[in-house]
Every structure is written in structure tokens, then in C-alpha cells.
Design a protein around this ligand. Sequence first.
Ligand code: SAM
Length: 217
Amino acid sequence: MDRFKRQRVKMVDSQIRSRGVADIRVLKAMEKIPRHLFIDEGLIDQAYNDNPLPIGERQTISQPYMVAVMTEALELQGSEKVLELGTGSGYQTAILAELAERVFSIERISLLASKARKVLESLGYFSVVIRVGDGTYGWSEEAPFDGIIVSAGSPDIPRPLVEQLAVGGRLVIPVGGRYSQTLYRVTRLSENVEDVKKEDLGGCRFVNLIGEHGWRE
Ligand code: SAM
């Protein structure tokens, strides 16, 4: 086992499994994906620490535990079509690519999108499609989605995202203030867009979701 693999096994054990994440597919994906390749070389020794890290452009790669909690909440089985808002480094995107059939990811900062694209391609994740733009509009041409994951904090739940969720599909999103939010899982129950189940998954702290249905810059 190389040193990074050892660090990943330890990360999953001590930061993720021990805090209650039990989905075996999520745990395996997090043991597999080389998180250290998604950050700058200067931070490589911190790649498997229990915290977010800067990725440039005033953005962050999320804390591993938060990635695990959000991914588990999607309850992916392998056949799903998933939309991600906030590609960032592409790390969460790789986890999703391991667990779902197709992944569409939107990032508003083109430099981050192109860096993420490069790393994902170098790891063989050719089925991921990344687009640059305001993700709060969703991706209507590809809707409906079985899962939508938003890795930036929003003042409200963007309506286009619920509209683009398949019946039975799940949206995982941090909602609240600019500096702290509550993580919600929203499950669409019927064709009626108002007919949703909303579950509180706990407190969190994300960078802002900036866009038409998010925060103003
Ligand atoms: N999950 C990412 C990872 O693993 O590296 C971390 C994402 S970072 C916490 C949040 C990202 O959301 C940032 O890269 C930011 O530029 C992006 N973002 C913010 N508002 C957005 C929007 N309206 N559409 C798409 N991306 C957005």
C-alpha cells in the first residue's frame, strides 16, 4: 500500500466511518479516490486532513466528512443521473462518478472547471461532463436528475433545481446565511413541484452559491 492509500484508509476510518457514515459504496469510493491529486502540490501533506483546503480563486475543496455525508444522502445505487453544482477541484465529482452512471457538473469559475476537467480525465473519468456557468438555473437539457448535489451555500432552495429533480429524486443542499447553513435533503414526492419532503441533516459551513437563484456576488 502506498503512503497516500494508507492515509485514505485512515481518513475513512477515523473521520468518516467513526462519525456514522455507513454506505459501503461511499466508504470504498473515498478509500479509492486520490484526493491529493485535486489540490496544489504545496498542500499535499494536508490532503487527508479533517478540514477543507484552499483551491485558489477564494474557493475550497470540502472537508472529506462533509463530502461523505452529502454523497451518502443521495443514496446512489449506480444507475443514476446526477447533477453537481460547484465542481471546485473535481474531487466530489470523482466520488459521484464512482457511484452513479452519469454526472453533469457546473462550475462558475472557468479556471477551476478546466483544472478539474484535466485531473478527472487523467484519472479516466471520461463520462463526466463539466460546464461553466451559473448552476442555479440547473441543466434543463439533461433533466430530470435522480440526484442533485450543491456544494455551496444558498439563501434558499433554487426552484429550477426542484423542477429538474425526478420524482423520487433527492437534492442535497446547504441553505442559510452567508457564513453558516443547514444541510437539507429534499426529496421530490410527485409531479407537483411543491410536493417535497425536506430533512435537516445538520449544520455546515460552505462558500456562497453565487447566481440568479443564489447570492448576489
Ligand atoms: N465539491 C468541490 C470539491 O470537491 O472541490 C468543492 C466546491 S467549493 C466548496 C464550491 C464551488 O461552487 C466553488 O468552486 C464555486 O466557484 C462554485 N460555485 C459557486 N456558485 C456557483 C454557481 N452558481 N454555479 C456553479 N458553481 C458555483
